[in-house]
Ligand binder design. Sequence first.
Ligand SMILES: [Zn+2]
Length: 255
Amino acid sequence: MRNTQIPATILKTALSGESNRIVSYLTCENQIATAMLYGGPKSKLRSMVSPFHTGTLYIYTDPVRKTSKITDFDVSAFRPALREDLYKNWAATLCSELVLKTFAGGQEEGNVFTLVNGFLDGLNLVSENESRIGTLRFLWRYLGELGLQPDVTECFSCGTEFDRNEDSESVLYSAEGNGFLCKSCKNTTKAPGSIEISKNALLYLQALQFLSPKEVRAVSIDSKTFGQLQELIFYLINRATSFSLNTLESRSIVW
Ligand SMILES: [Zn+2]
């Protein structure tokens, strides 16, 4: 098969030589692939093949040299807000770096393509404030794709279920066990990498686990809860890439 076509989202383009580009993209089969894009700055195809665009990608593969080049791209989603808004651009770049560094979760039967496109569509549509909490929801779900989401239902040490009516004010996340510790266990453990989150923050994570995306979007959280969730989720997602997310390091530009 020399000529193929596949639904894909462009994640990154990098200059190669004077005017060519190496394009990294995520396919609908949850695979990361790269292909060459030839053409100068005035090439129409080059403006189509830009990060965060989704559509049908046409690829020619040289059977001898085993190289691929992009011959056409029929874009179905341009998402212009991701280029115009500083925060949204940052969040989309974080998403793309994360997908590249985790090889899209490495599961053909996974949900990464749907998850990524849902996130980018949402970023393009909602307000900047909504997109900040949307980013946390995306990252938390992505941890699920990686199999690294901590259990939000029970204490990982003693197995006690976190009861939504019990009035413990907070739980402690422990990096060592990648789980949460209940009121009595957290007093006996103080390990590096532990992050305390309020009961409200834990309830929000439970909502993410058990409610539909539409129902979760209707749940509002205060700024303190948001701050705790952000600290926890950024830590978890950074650890999933062995603390190599450059985009996360540069977040001061949008905070
Ligand atoms: Zn416990």
